[in-house]
Write a protein that binds this ligand. Sequence first.
Ligand code: UDP
Ligand code: MG
Length: 319
Amino acid sequence: MEEYEIKKVSVVIPVYNEEESLPHLYRALNEVLQTLPYRYEVIFIDDGSKDGSLRILEELHQKDPAVVVVSFRRNFGQTAALSAGFHYATGDVIITMDADLQNDPTDIPKLVEKARYYDIVSGWRKNRKDPFLTRKLPSRVANYLISFVTGVRLHDYGCTLKAYRKEVIKNIKLYGEMHRFIPAIASWVGATVCEVETTHHPRRFGSSKYGLSRTIRVLLDLITVKFLQSFSTRPIHAFGPPGLFMTGGGFLIALYLTYRKLLFNESIGGRPLLLLSVLLMILGVELVVMGLLGEMLTRVYHESQDKPIFVVKKILRID
Ligand code: UDP
Ligand code: MG
């Protein structure tokens, strides 16, 4: 197995109204990071907090040069905060975690060591300390569904405590609330993924920023991710087959009705079958056209930024 050299570790932490947790978090982090045989930085992203979080972060930065603070103009969400963290991180390995003390900094060394051999190390809150009905149950279903659909089997997609290698994460663009899908997206372009068990604590201060409505958003994100994985460079193959099938079906029905009308002089004007035939043909043509539009979008996307449709790991060549 290839071993990866680590010189510096970046810890990325999104913060949204977590003033009470921050001092505890910083103390615990400091204790762990100082024992690591690598240089390190801690990047806090203040996601437009309305409490005293930013002031506390600024104080930490004044005291400790290893603390980097990125402050958003308004609340952009956890995914945007993580994405900013990846952007500004300078470490070879990037650890992400929550600010609310639910993740345990003492797990960091374990993740970093694993990251010498894997591109992504995903935490698994095996003994999760969240309410069962509103959090653990939907999460269990979501993890099963995401694993099944993406083919990347993980127990805990939602755990923020993860480690990423710089090369892998810097090439992944995040939108919406897609951060939980990074292991799947990365694995599709050839990244290696492993899972380690991590400790989890109940929230001590403040309250969770999410409710049950997140389940629906995760489901929609899953559809997007899956669609992009399978068809982003060939959308006509997604829309084309059902489109042709429907147009063809509608056409055959229309032929049959015409035949009845011409040969037996039946009245077909009021038949539900006629409605179905017309509907199928219109929808079918529409789907094919949608696929063609998709093909044009794909070309605009790739050609306007010279973006290749492949990912290279290494090139061996004598110039
Ligand atoms: N968070 C953020 N922006 C937001 C919502 C949350 O930066 O809009 C941060 C939050 O401060 C915490 C982490 O993301 O550090 C996870 O949030 P939370 O603990 O509310 O989620 P849960 O653990 O309940 O899933
Ligand atoms: Mg939390």
